[in-house]
Design a protein. Structure first.
Lengths: 115, 116
């Protein structure tokens, strides 16, 4: 079974600085998607960024970018120029491209932004 | 507005009292799913449905039932709730993201359930 591990339960960063959240996963599949979701205090699950496994180029969305290392099964999220609104719980998630298409989530990392 | 709507958002109940958490989406999505979120465990899938009258178990289905009689609705039923079902529940449906062709789940706002 696929598993996703986030080894940092909590992280903090100064406003305007850069922070990297770690994620590793385990799968025997070669075709899949990886996601980062943000959950602010409102509890809403918000998609931050998505990476297709067949793409070597790392995905970027404005201040958010990923470092996707397929061989190492690593998928870290980098947040540049951190803002107070980035404070949230962040979840890494994995999904096979075909099949049951279940999203498998990591345990989450709580990010605090210090003003 | 395209959305997934869950009700109730908050509920406190007692052990054994049957309850239903409703989920409705207005995007004509085939795929719908229920997750529960617990501290330190992330989100875990309870049940999912690929289409009307097609449902299947996720990772933690014990104590739950679902039905999919219409495409838009996917209720989660707790026949005899127990305290270990105290959790935050999310319904989600699959949206087609045109820009990339990949399917992306859209989540409801969550339902906080407490079983005493």
């Amino acid at each position: 079974a696929q598993t996703v591990t986030q080894s940092q339960p909590e992280m903090s960063v100064q406003e305007a600085e850069t922070v990297t959240l770690s994620c590793t996963y385990d799968t025997s599949e070669s075709d899949y998607y990886l996601f980062w979701y943000k959950q602010p205090p409102s509890r809403q699950m918000i998609l931050v960024i998505r990476q297709e496994a067949y793409k070597q180029q790392n995905a970027t969305e404005n201040r958010f970018s990923v470092n996707f290392q397929k061989a190492a099964k690593s998928f870290s999220l980098k947040i540049s120029d951190s803002q107070l609104g980035d404070a949230a719980m962040y979840f890494c998630a994995y999904r096979e491209r075909l099949g049951a298409q279940k999203l498998v989530f990591g345990q989450g990392t709580r990010l605090t932004i210090n003003p | 507005e395209a959305q997934v709507t869950q009700n109730p958002r908050y509920l406190i109940t007692v052990t054994g009292k049957k309850l239903t958490v409703t989920c409705s989406q207005n995007m004509n999505h085939e795929y719908m799913s229920w997750y529960r979120q617990d501290p330190g465990l992330g989100l875990r899938q309870i049940y999912y449905s690929m289409n009307v009258e097609v449902t299947d178990k996720g990772d933690v289905p014990e104590g739950y039932k679902v039905s999919r009689k219409e495409k838009r609705n996917f209720p989660l039923i707790l026949e005899s709730p127990s305290p270990n079902q105290t959790s935050l529940y999310f319904c989600a449906s699959r949206m087609w993201q045109r820009s990339s062709g990949a399917n992306v789940l859209t989540f409801g706002a969550g339902s906080r359930l407490t079983v005493l």
